[in-house]
Design a protein around this ligand. Sequence first.
Ligand code: NAD
Length: 424
Amino acid sequence: MSSQTANSTSHHDSMFDSVLARLDVAAKTMNLDETSAKVLRSPQKLVQVSLPVMMDNGKVEVFEGFRCVHSTVLGPSKGGIRYAMDVCQDEVMALSAWMSFKCAVANLPYGGGKGGIKCDPRKLSVGELERLTRAYTRSMKDVFGVNKDIPAPDMGTSGREMAWLVDEYNKITGDDSPGVTTGKPVGIGGSLGRDAATGRGVMVSTLCALKKMSLDPKSVSASVQGFGNVGSHAARLLSEKGIKIVAIGDHTASYYNENGIDIKAALDYAKSNSNTLKGFTGAVEITGTQLLTTKCDVLVPAALQNVITEEIASDIQAKLIVEGANGPTTPEADSILKEKNILVVPDILANSGGVTVSYFEWVQNKMGYYWSEKEVNEKHDINMEVAFDAVWKNSQEYKSTMRIGAYITALKKIEFGIKAKGNF
Ligand code: NAD
């Protein structure tokens, strides 16, 4: 196992560099103190491990695993574990910093972390995935901890992997610590409401933004890109609030209906069609680009990063963008959206519903007492409204976009923590 500092990565167009670029803009706008800026530019801990795993064919493959703890100033680090081929040091560093800011914006007593294994989970059998997850957990036993570093699912992982992780961790410690990870299945320490939480947060932040814009949800229309966990719940919950969903789409197809798509029918269809939309008959097929630029009031990108480019931004007709996905808008597109006066509710606010309910899961695990779904949802909605208002207030005070307002909101809290905890 090797452990090294962030300074060992120095390529220029790295993801971590682009996090630092946005951090610098916010730091300058709010006059962040120099010590805090320096501390936040270097993740606290970066661990890389090699994971020999016995494959089904009897041969051993060696995988690379990573975990980065960006900050624990406001509490134990929190962040998902990703299984994908592009997982690397730079990516976990960037995503862990993002988590520090997201948790601070959402008022959670957490710092930021992120981890992953470089692998293609679709090419591994269930048994191989289980052995890989257990090997990763053993290697990270000194990094993880209920009050230290708490993982969760991310791209390529789900409740299944978290169940293996918690089991392996408990075998190592001999203790029962369900709170060592979140996103577990309900029944073994998972929280009700966790599944829909990110989509729910998108819905609540959309309603908050519409209120600021003096728009009645019952008279607005929306287009939602992505029909997975975030997009499908967001589309369903937005339509339940009276918003007309005119376009939906996933990686297989996109659909438009100016009278509004029957989201329940689309959900039923996707369920019967391997969770994809191709072949849905309640609307006409359009292209993915048309979905983003169609005439509507609200655009919810809830699929991938970097989909709203300069070109797309110039053609967007929506008045409001609510970022369900992480990093859907490029920095260049940001300036165009600002010029066009389109309000953007940034990812670190809009999709923080997931980590908020992860926090509730951890609290319930610590108490050993479990809340009803209604209780989880009520607590979530209040938390999201408070976070939205804080970001709104800072963006007004600093005459900035909501994105920079969100970074300022986070940086103020982390700066306070760094100063309050005292000398180095
Ligand atoms: P998911 O895998 O459940 O769904 C992804 C969806 O995007 C699928 O419908 C897929 O078909 C669609 N998609 C993929 N490529 C596409 C393309 N080229 N064009 C249109 N659609 C495409 O993933 P998810 O959990 O819903 O995550 C979506 C985004 O939200 C990611 O950026 C993720 O990081 C972010 N996010 C997720 C959570 C969470 O709790 N799940 C929390 C915070 C942020």
